[in-house]
Design a protein around this ligand. Structure first.
Ligand SMILES: [Zn+2]
Length: 264
């Protein structure tokens, strides 16, 4: 393919991606990042494979039920492409370990299923200028965007700053206000589409090609089979990337205890 070529393949081989969550979104993302030949993949998840999730967590198989998801996913990658360096982290992302886990990778793909992880990753990636792919699903709908987090010091005033996740949603919803996936369910094939779009964005980022979903939120409705893209603006009052940010360190925030929505 002319747009990628040997140079692009080499870029992918030298690239590294941390996938946070090896469930519904993480499964297709891991599969396609591995198939694309991304040289180093980190996978974070502290759950075990459950049979009732296999309809959407397609990186795992029936024989993996009960195993740690990170091991099952790593076996998949090794079988597909033994040259890929896979690093498994059978743990939950916390404000204590986020720097150690994230800072070794070029880009982070958030395939998590809860607000605590989503806000923690956003804040850490904003504060460290780490590119972040965001994906979330709810019932029959999905949303995807990319936060390049490449705002450098000395940026000119004419530049339109890009938003972060907190620019859109400054705080997590109150516990109990948003039902979780266990009670509402999710269409099994939906995270496949959303996770593939996230993987597409990450591959484009590593290649340095195309237009990312930066400053744009892609909304997908599986029932209507409609895709809509809305422009997003940076919020000067954003608590982490605004003019006078209240959050200067992930230590400033109590992430656990926020309402957990199972988006996977
Ligand atoms: Zn922001």
């Amino acid at each position: 393919m002319d747009e990628i070529g040997p140079d692009g393949q080499q870029r992918l081989l030298e690239g590294s991606v941390l996938v946070v969550g090896a469930g519904g979104l993480g499964s297709p993302a891991i599969q396609y990042l591995a198939a694309a030949g991304v040289g180093r993949l980190g996978i974070v998840d502290d759950d075990a494979v459950e049979r009732s999730n296999l309809q959407r967590q397609v990186v795992h198989s029936d024989a993996d039920v009960g195993r740690p998801k990170v091991e099952s996913a790593a076996d998949y990658v090794a079988a597909l492409n033994p040259d890929i360096d896979v690093e498994t982290h059978d743990t939950r992302l916390t404000s204590e370990n986020v720097a150690t886990l994230v800072d070794d990778y070029d880009v982070v793909l958030d395939a998590s299923d809860n607000f605590a992880t989503r806000y923690l990753l956003n804040d850490h990636c904003v504060l460290t200028n780490t590119p972040l792919s965001h994906g979330a699903i709810y019932r029959f709908e999905g949303q995807v965007t990319t936060f390049p987090n490449d705002r450098a010091d000395g940026e000119t005033e004419t530049d339109d700053p890009l938003p972060c996740y907190r620019c859109l949603f400054p705080e997590a919803p109150e516990p109990g206000t948003v039902p979780d996936c266990a009670t509402t369910g999710v269409l099994g094939v939906l995270p496949g589409t959303v996770g593939c779009i996230q993987a597409t964005e990450v591959v484009k980022y590593l290649l340095g090609k195309g237009e990312l979903l930066a400053g744009r939120l892609l909304m997908y409705d599986a029932m209507d089979m409609s895709f809509e893209t809305v422009e997003m603006r940076q919020n000067p009052a954003c608590p982490v990337c605004g003019d006078e940010p209240a959050i200067e360190s992930v230590e400033d925030v109590a992430y656990e205890g926020t309402c957990e929505v199972s988006a996977d």
